[in-house]
Ligand binder design. Structure first.
Ligand code: PRT
Ligand code: ZN
Length: 283
């Protein structure tokens, strides 16, 4: 049976459990048990610290893992990146005290940089021909410059507010990360089939992200114009209304474009516009 390692608690846990739930994999006691069995899908869930997940997948303790790409890259086990999951987005950046007038990457030559990601940092510095000292710290990296431990830091940034409150500025974005599904490859045929079913469901759930279902009534004469405004997966659905000369039109739009489309549709006479959430788009 497939065993999937997920973060037991922390930033990725909630969205990982929500993703599994959205693809119909229910887990009991998500946070309490070390190993839990899904009630309705042939899968076991192993709840671990994120740092340990790449190794557990690499050594076969787990068949799959859901973990930040940053941990996968730093640990550097030979893993297959099966799917990017679209949450847990962040970056690993170089940041320096805001009092420094930053002249460019050359500033880091000969400096001491504190980080929990020495491998990714070393690769980056080597690729740019910069020789700097790396000080490995596992927690609270952002206090290192003020504490006199290092000149700069290389750490995860998401909103950037942690940097600001520690008097630091982000000067180089080095590595983009998000939660990913990984495997060690060589799955049994049975596990491969289960993984394919999971992937099909994950992609359907991902495809619905940021999408809205829109329906409205409009004069039938305006339908060709509305079809141009609303390109759909194939083409919008158009149905006649009981009232002569009126049609109902249904389509799926990107959330970001919604208000612009609504404005254009109102301008050609659309009425009674309804906007609904899309749960899944089966691809
Ligand atoms: O206990 P365990 O070892 O499992 O968890 P952890 O404490 O090591 O990791 P956790 O839960 O903090 O993060 C898990 C994963 O979430 C990371 O490996 C990243 O892939 C991802 N992620 C996404 C983040 C962030 N966003 C993030 N903002 N991980 C950490 N942070 C930190 C950042 O370093 C900063 O100190 O959160 C702080 C706030 O960030 P700002 O920029 O929003 O202020
Ligand atoms: Zn961790």
């Amino acid at each position: 049976m497939i065993r999937i390692a997920i973060q037991s608690k922390g930033r990725l846990n909630e969205e990982t459990v929500a993703l599994l739930d959205s693809i119909g994999i229910k887990i009991d006691d998500a946070k309490r048990k070390f190993l839990s069995r899904s009630r309705n899908f042939p899968i076991e869930v192993l709840h671990m610290r994120d740092d340990d997940i790449p190794q557990l997948v690499a050594n076969g303790t787990a068949t799959l893992g859901i973990v930040g790409l940053n941990e996968v890259a730093e640990k550097a086990y030979p893993l297959d990146l099966v799917e990017k999951l679209g949450f847990g987005g962040c970056r690993i950046s170089l940041a320096i005290p805001k009092s420094v007038d930053y002249p460019g990457l050359a500033w880091f030559a000969g400096k001491k940089i504190a980080t929990s990601y020495p491998r990714i940092l070393r690769e980056f510095l080597d690729s740019r021909g910069i020789s700097a000292e790396i000080e490995v710290i596992t927690g609270s990296v952002e206090i290192a410059p003020a504490a006199g431990i290092a000149d700069a830091i290389f750490d995860i940034v998401s909103s950037g507010s942690t940097l600001v409150s520690n008097g630091l500025v982000e000067v180089e974005r080095v590595f983009e990360s998000e939660a990913v599904l990984v495997s060690a490859g060589n799955l049994s045929e049975e596990d491969r089939e289960v993984l394919d079913e999971m992937l099909f469901r994950i992609r359907s759930a991902k495809a619905s992200k940021g999408k809205k279902y829109i329906l409205m009534n409009l004069p039938s004469a305006a339908v060709p114009e509305a079809v141009k405004i609303l390109p759909s997966m194939r083409s919008p659905t158009v149905m006649p209304l009981a009232a002569p000369g009126w049609s109902s039109l249904h389509s799926v739009v990107d959330k970001d474009e919604l208000w612009d489309k609504v404005r254009q549709l109102k301008a050609i006479g659309a009425e009674g516009i309804l906007v609904l959430n899309v749960d899944k788009i089966i691809l």
